[in-house]
Design a protein around this ligand. Structure first.
Ligand code: CTP
Length: 484
């Protein structure tokens, strides 16, 4: 089936064509929708460019669609949008735009469809298909975008320096599309990015991060990061990651290149999850290795405490990247902090209390932590990888069994500080804290079950050590605790 037949299948396009005919305007579906039609990828964003007023066309289309459809008009941009249950429909009049060197604010005038295509980012995004009745399905592809789709090539329609000056974010977009579509970047386009990389500084962090997140969510994100690194953009937008690059040798002892290791972990984790935040945890898991790197004559290179330090860096990096500072960030912190724990258990042999402690600390992040750890097992020596993975399977099984039995992920001690104060009739004090952490530790270690009677007995003994005598029985406490 060719693309005209595909367009015909969607009645909306004929309706837009009829509306454009009624207004005596030319109208084209352009950009990503056309690209994805060729790639047979689903796309819900339909961008329509017309010769004349995009707002008038949108109003005509809404009229034809019926009463339920409204038009949102953005007068200052000359654009209009129709909220449609299935698509995001946008209309704009063809424009000529140019940008000043120091700003993203364009100077805009009316233009032809060719002007509109000239000012688009890549040849594969610069195709248009006419929707008017007498030319329905006619493809306008002045830069051979179709050919580039076949070759798998990202290339700018104009001289890349002009295209990137118009909007330097396009340098990131080039790499993002190359990564998502597994395409190459054309030589001159690639060289222009390397030359103009510093212009990224006029772009807002939100837009940069948006592209970075799309790279992270691709099937093989390492490809995008390697491209970003090789053109010099990564050093500007994410220097902490570039700092992981390199290998140092001393007394014949080297360590692995943590940049490539991190990228390997990121690629590995794509097999286990599409969750952006777990992928961010993979990117950040070793981020503090350069800062904690030491050389010891006997042990060689060590990175002691990199997980704690890395976890403390997460908030600053998220803030700089304009990523949310909410529960998602806290989960990433938790994953970075705990990322060595499951594998250490797998290597050293597992005690019940170490497993319990991990479950309590990881809480709801436990599944993602196990995914991160699995992804982190990288080595050139495949027999070593297999051995670790086998040990790891065992740790995972034990954790699942333990969780099913003791529900530790949402662990809340039954004996609270208030109960301790009531039992001994004492005010809030250091001693309450001592007893509270003693019972907490005992429960996590499996010495005392997390139940009122057993917990009461335990705190009586702990209280005695501090010279306290109980003033109420477990029954009195239970009566007070039960819901009224
Ligand atoms: N475009 C551009 N320069 C930009 C952003 C967008 O030329 N900096 C043009 C491209 O022609 C692009 C179209 O606007 O195809 C729509 O852009 P966008 O909404 O970002 O969507 P897609 O290209 O469809 O890609 P995606 O949805 O994956 O972001």
């Amino acid at each position: 089936m060719n693309f005209t037949e595909q367009l015909k299948k969607q009645e909306l396009f004929s309706i837009i064509g009829q509306a454009a005919d009624a207004l005596d305007q030319e109208a084209y579906v352009v950009g990503g929708y056309v690209r994805d039609l060729f790639l047979q990828r689903e796309n819900k964003d339909i961008d329509v460019v017309c010769l004349g007023s995009g707002i008038a066309l949108a109003e005509k289309v809404a009229e034809k669609l019926g009463n339920n459809f409204k038009v949102n008009v953005f007068k200052s941009f000359g654009t209009a949008q129709i909220p449609h249950p299935e698509f995001d429909l946008e209309f704009v009049g063809a424009r000529k735009e140019s940008y000043r060197a120091d700003s993203r604010k364009p100077i805009v005038e009316d233009g032809s469809i060719a002007d509109d295509q000239n000012r688009r980012d890549f040849t594969i995004n610069a195709m248009g298909i006419c929707l008017n009745g007498n030319r329905f399905g006619e493809l306008l592809d002045p830069f051979d975008g179709q050919g580039d789709l076949k070759k798998g090539l990202i290339r700018t329609p104009l001289d890349p320096e002009i295209t990137f000056s118009d909007d330097p974010l396009r340098m990131m977009r080039a790499i993002r599309f190359a990564t998502q579509l597994e395409f190459d970047i054309d030589g001159p386009t690639f060289s222009a990015i390397a030359k103009m990389k510093d212009r990224i500084s006029i772009v807002s962090q939100e837009r940069i991060t948006d592209e970075l997140n799309k790279i992270i969510l691709a099937k093989t994100p390492s490809y995008g990061f390697k491209l970003l690194e090789s053109v010099g953009l990564l050093e500007i937008i994410f220097p902490e990651l570039v700092a992981l690059k390199g290998v140092e040798y001393k007394d014949g002892k080297g360590h692995k290149d943590n940049f490539y290791h991190t990228l390997q972990v990121l690629d590995n984790i794509t097999e286990f999850t599409d969750d952006l935040w777990v992928r961010w945890a993979a990117i950040l898991h070793d981020i503090a290795k350069p800062a904690t790197k030491r050389f010891h004559k006997k042990a060689g290179w060590t990175f002691h405490g990199h997980e704690e330090m890395g976890s403390r860096w997460v908030k600053g990096i998220f803030r700089k990247m304009k990523l949310p500072l909410d529960q998602k960030m806290r989960s990433v912190k938790n994953l970075v902090r705990l990322h060595l724990r499951p594998i250490a258990l797998a290597q050293k042999g597992v005690t019940d209390s170490a497993l319990r402690r991990l479950l309590v600390e990881a809480g709801d992040d436990i599944e993602n932590l196990l995914k991160l750890c699995r992804a982190d097992i990288t080595s050139k020596d495949m027999s070593r990888v297999r051995k670790y993975l086998a040990n790891f399977d065992r740790v995972e099984e034990l954790l699942i069994e333990l969780e099913a039995k003791d529900k530790l992920r949402s662990f809340q001690p039954v004996i609270t500080g208030e109960i301790i104060m009531k039992v001994f009739d004492i005010p809030p004090s250091r001693e309450v804290g001592i007893i509270k952490s003693a019972i907490r530790e005992a429960v996590i270690d499996g010495i005392v079950p997390n139940e009122m009677k057993a917990g009461y007995q335990f705190i009586i003994e702990e209280g005695k050590k501090l010279g306290f005598t109980p003033v109420c029985s477990v029954e009195e406490i239970e009566i007070n605790q039960s819901p009224q």
